[in-house]
Structures are given as structure tokens and as C-alpha cells.
Ligand binder design. Structure first.
Ligand code: ATR
Length: 266
């Protein structure tokens, strides 16, 4: 029987994961099926259990269930524990196992696709919600020399930073005068066509500005470009986190370049 996987979320109809995993399966010759499950907001665990009972091997978890998925798992990877969130469920073991490939996806997009080596770099992370929490440890592990977490609500940035040695947390007004080589937008401001109120001085000339959102040119990216930064959306992160999940499930890392090129319409 073909091994079955799916993405679970609410809403989930817009998800590109089924298409991406179908491309990976074809390219690697892996016989898998990958669907989508829209779970009711109060029905995550039930939906996972039904899928597992029907033979499902693994799930990607998207909004708003990543934190619930972490609590649901009996066992999880160190990167899932650092993020306190799970985006990849392995259902083939005796108990559900949780992993988180989001941060690895960001680091790989930065380093392998965008040619930005994190070693020794000064990095600003805007936002202190789930998306930010998922990438702090992987950015540190990749060798960032300084990591500042800044958020509209400064107390949340300080609380997130306090969980990691050497990470500084502040409000946007605490950034005056400091420039960074990489600025990552992990806020959801772009969804409402807004930008986090960062001072222009954070963008050193030629720095890389990265918005974890994809499929739109956000006000953050426009602001960064106007300040002389190179700008990238988060489509590469989406494809790379999917490839990392595929590796966790299948033991094979798919080539992401052709998939990313197709998604970009090139
Ligand atoms: P996610 O899981 O996507 O990170 P979240 O946990 O709701 O979602 O966090 C949303 C993040 O985007 C927060 O850092 C939020 O800032 P606050 O903590 O101050 O609310 C940030 N955010 C959302 N809209 C924003 C805006 N218009 N400007 C600046 N930051 C914004």
C-alpha cells in the first residue's frame, strides 16, 4: 500500500504542501500520497488519531495547531522543544513523535539558496510569536555572532530572548543606532499589509532582509529595499522545511531547486 501523509491545519485549502511533496515524491521515486486535512479548531487530536488509525504515516502541522501538536507528542526532537512547536509528526512509532523543520528550512534557504553564510553575522529577528520562537535556536546553531529579538510588545521579546544564552530582547525603539547584516521578519504584520516599525538604521547597506511570509511583496520588504537591503520572501523556507520533513519521514533529501524554480514560475 502507498504510504500516506498529509498537512493538517485550519484553514488548509491554500496550502502548497501537497503539491510540493508530490513533486518531491516524483523526483525521488518514493511511492507516497500526500493530502490535506482541515481539522476543526477543537478537534486536532481526534483528527490526528483518525488519520493514524487509518494507516497514515506522518503529518505536517500548520496554523493554528503547531503548539498543540507539540503538547500532543509523547516524544519530540530538541529543535521542537526549543520551538515549543511541532510542524512534522511521525506516526509510525509506538507513540507520536514531533519534530520541527521550520528553523532548519530558514537556515538552509539563507545559506544554500541565497548564499548568505550565518557564521559571525549580526542578526535581527523581528517578532516574538510562534514563527520567531521556531527559528531562534537554529539561527544560533548556524553561528550567528549576535542575535537581537525585537517586538512591538517589548516584554514578549525579552521573555523569548531570556530562554536563550546571549540573545538580547527589546522593543523597536531599543534598536536605534545598531545595524545588522540580516534582518528577518517573523511578525505577521504583512498579512495586514503593514510593516513592523523598525528604524531604517537597522538595514546596513547591502544587508539581507528576509520576510518569512511568501506569495506577496510585503511592506517590510519594500521598506528594506528602500534602505538599500537585498530582499527575499519566505518561499524558499517553505520548500526547504518541506524537504527537511520529507527527509525525516523517508530518509531521502529531495533536490529543492527545481521545485522552488517551478513555484516562482521560472
Ligand atoms: P505567529 O505564530 O505567526 O508568530 P503570533 O504568535 O500571533 O503569530 O505572533 C504574531 C507576531 O507578529 C507578534 O510578534 C506580533 O507582535 P505583538 O507581540 O506585539 O502583537 C507581530 N505583529 C502582528 N502584527 C503586527 C504589526 N502590525 N506590527 C508589528 N508587529 C506585528
Amino acid at each position: 500500500m502507498t504510504d500516506r501523509y498529509a498537512v493538517i491545519g485550519n484553514p488548509v485549502a491554500h496550502s502548497r504542501s501537497p503539491w510540493i511533496h508530490a513533486e518531491f515524491a516524483r523526483a525521488t521515486g518514493q511511492a507516497i500520497e500526500y493530502g490535506q486535512i482541515e481539522a476543526p479548531l477543537d478537534g486536532f487530536a481526534r483528527a490526528v488519531e483518525e488519520f493514524r488509525a487509518s494507516g497514515g504515516k506522518g503529518l505536517n502541522v500548520t496554523l493554528p495547531f503547531k503548539e498543540e501538536a507539540f503538547r500532543y507528542c509523547a516524544d519530540s526532537s530538541s529543535r521542537a522543544r526549543a520551538a515549543e512547536a511541532v510542524n512534522t509528526l511521525v506516526l509510525e512509532r509506538a507513540a507520536p513523535y514531533g519534530d520541527n523543520t521550520d528553523g532548519a528550512g530558514l537556515v538552509r534557504d539563507l545559506e544554500a539558496n541565497l548564499g548568505f553564510s550565518l557564521g559571525g553575522k549580526r542578526v535581527l529577528l523581528a517578532g516574538a510569536g510562534g514563527a520567531a520562537r521556531g527559528v531562534v535556536e537554529p539561527l544560533l546553531a548556524a553561528g550567528a555572532a549576535r542575535l537581537v529579538v525585537a517586538n512591538r510588545t517589548a516584554t514578549k521579546a525579552r521573555a523569548l530572548a531570556a530562554r536563550f544564552a546571549g540573545v538580547h530582547g527589546c522593543g523597536y525603539d531599543g534598536l536605534a543606532g545598531e545595524a545588522f547584516e540580516l534582518v528577518v521578519n517573523a511578525t505577521s504584520a504583512g498579512l495586514s499589509n503593514e510593516a513592523p516599525a523598525l528604524p531604517r538604521s537597522v538595514f546596513r547597506d547591502g544587508c539581507l532582509a528576509y520576510d518569512m511570509l511568501y506569495g506577496r511583496d510585503t511592506p517590510f520588504l519594500a521598506m528594506a529595499r528602500a534602505a538599500g537591503a537585498r530582499a527575499s520572501d519566505g518561499l524558499g523556507m517553505l520548500v526547504e522545511q518541506a524537504a527537511e520533513s520529507f527527509l525525516v519521514w523517508r530518509g531521502v533529501r529531495p533536490d529543492t531547486a527545481p521545485v522552488l524554480a517551478k513555484l516562482r514560475g521560472r
